[in-house]
Design a protein around this ligand. Sequence first.
Ligand code: MG
Length: 362
Amino acid sequence: MKITDVRLGHISVPLRTPFKTALRTVKSVEDIIVRVETDTGNVGYGEVPPTGVITGDTTGAIIGAIEDHIKKSLLGMDIENIEEIMLRLDSSIVGNTSAKAGVDIAIYDLYGQLYNAPVYKLLGGYRKEITTDITISVNEPDEMARDSIDAINRGYKTLKIKVGKDAKKDIERMKAIRDAIGYDVDLRIDANQGWSPKEAIYALRKMEDEGLHIELVEQPVLGYDFEGLKMVTDNVSIPVMADESVFSPKDAIKIMEMRAADYINIKLMKTGGIHNALKICNIAEVYGMECMIGCMLEAKISVNAAVHLAAAKKIITKIDLDGPVLCSEDPVDGGAIFNESKIVLNDGPGFGIKQVHGVRYI
Ligand SMILES: [Mg+2]
């Protein structure tokens, strides 16, 4: 099964409601679709969200990286030799982790098809059903409390609350939500780098004192500030998760060696795809640090790949793969079934995706 072409297209999927974090507000998913074609007629699909504020990868840069660098290094390669493909993918261009992830996902899709097996079984096959949290956008406290009640009524048992715009207001937000929903639901919070280390310590201690029972806090401080992250981790009892601080396996090793966080959030768009995410899983097993798997604002193609990784690996104990349920339509035939918090894997070969609708090929 040899690679004969790598084609790209645009896809647009509206969101049910605007998605707001400390960094941005978004109304629709506008992603690049990667279609890797082979001489056997098999096709692998990948998807790349341009998330400039997090990865630095814009639509134009993603297209340029794949068209001008990655494609050339992979044409003619045999899917059987996935090891060599991934080495070439990593060395084809510096950075550009999202573009690499989109191609990596399409290659794993083909790898599963080659051996007629679902990818999650090839990678470990630990479980075939997972449960995700859902994200609550940052808004006024009463609106966030209403959104939280709505999510619980839809069956979610874990909510991920976006905070980080103003530490004092964030405490009000969390109080309003806890008051509204009671204590049967887990609350994790994500500050998306929005606090300084001291603000983070102040806000998190206050939340501890108020008895708000926060399961964990994601990325309280700037991604590059490993010392600041460690300062927060050392000074609060709420567990701290590194997200924007960890892109590569090397970042993961550094965080674990420093004990700068308690958990790591793996996202395929940060690691450059499954092959590097697997390295982080292996490192995390060695250090005994549980991981979350997350996504950007993505439709089902790339999130479905993350679902396979989550199902394969025991060390991934927390799931934040709500991209598809935030979308108002599903452009994909096949793949995992997303029924609010419950995600059930599809045992079709590769990632089980049969067709992607609405792609405007370039
Ligand atoms: Mg995060």
